[in-house]
Design a protein around this ligand. Structure first.
Ligand SMILES: C[S@@+](CC[C@H](N)C(=O)[O-])C[C@H]1O[C@@H](n2cnc3c(N)ncnc32)[C@H](O)[C@@H]1O
Length: 287
């Protein structure tokens, strides 16, 4: 069956599903929680997470704010089934996971949500889709509601030449496919444009919150990022070869070197992440 989304990876592939589950834990922990910028206001009751993946963020928010109703939307049925199973095991009553494609019509009413969250949409929204999607989310937010987007320029910066070269293939491949905003594909180029994208969609009072996740050798999150890289590069290889960026032999050599470098005591890496928050104005001409 033809895919209904524009995700660079296949969200129903077992390796990618596992990567999404592991990355969720890595990022929430590394950022310091679901809202590390500070508690949400008391009048936030109805929350939507777009591209919720394995549901980790939704479940964590629902646990921390039991008075809130938290909805997770995703295009992948297997990931939704996993998220629902987790909700059942945790006996979490205030969550709901729904199937939907944010590029198509959304089955939500105008002004239905107090807060809409998206984390890591860089690889499933083509650059031209960002403003139309943000406008759609503007529509389903109530006046005064919060849009909250967490994005990245890189998958980490490291002192390993092999890792940096492999990561550069990620940005070049995705950039050429139409993702991100980097003019030269040296990164995903997301953080410089988030504020402008919010403004173009009608949001105001945009605030930016930067985070840094240390995944150097010896840190708690080192192993998870190592596994994240292994899965990412496995998915990347055919795409990078197709794009003519590398050869099978060079790619394998880089992977071998990555395995050597990442277990060295002096391996160092930091992942910079940015959360942008904006508000839908109280009186909005185009809601
Ligand atoms: C990189 S994962 C991020 C998951 C989660 N937000 C997180 O940060 O852990 C991207 C997710 O978006 C979903 N997705 C891709 N295209 C989508 C679309 N058009 N509409 C809704 N979800 C989509 C994928 O199935 C996947 O679960």
């Amino acid at each position: 069956m033809a895919r209904e989304d524009t995700y660079a990876a296949d969200p129903e592939d077992a390796l990618e599903m596992t990567r999404i589950m592991e990355q969720d834990q890595l990022v929430t922990k590394g950022m310091g929680g679901t809202f590390p910028e500070g508690d949400i206001p008391d009048d936030i009751q109805h929350i939507l997470d777009v591209g919720c993946g394995s549901g980790g963020w939704v479940l964590d928010v629902a646990y921390r704010y039991p008075e809130c109703e938290v909805v997770g939307l995703d295009v992948s049925e297997p990931l939704l089934a996993y998220a629902r199973a987790r909700a059942n095991v945790q006996q979490r009553q205030n969550v709901c996971f729904v199937h939907g494609n944010v590029l198509s019509d959304l089955n939500f009413a105008e002004g239905e949500f107090d807060l809409v969250n998206i984390r890591f949409a860089t690889a499933f929204l083509f650059r031209d889709a960002w403003v139309p999607v943000l406008k759609k989310l503007y529509h389903i937010l109530r006046p005064g509601g919060i849009i909250r987007v967490t994005e990245i320029d890189t998958m980490g910066l490291t002192n390993s030449l092999a890792v940096e070269t492999l990561l550069s293939y990620v940005y070049q491949t995705l950039g050429k496919m139409g993702y991100g905003f980097s003019p030269n594909f040296h990164s995903m180029g997301m953080t410089p444009v988030l504020k402008g994208l919010f403004t173009a969609a009608g949001f105001e009072q945009v605030k930016l919150f930067p985070w840094a996740i240390d995944f150097s050798c010896g840190t708690e999150l080192h192993q998870k990022q190592y596994e994240n890289y292994i899965a990412t590069f496995d998915t990347l290889q055919p795409l990078a070869l197709k794009a003519g960026l590398t050869t099978e032999e060079e790619f394998q050599d880089l992977l071998n070197q990555m395995h050597v470098d990442m277990v060295q005591e002096n391996f160092q890496g930091v992942w910079h992440i940015l959360t942008a928050r904006g508000i839908k104005p109280q009186s909005s001409p185009s809601s």
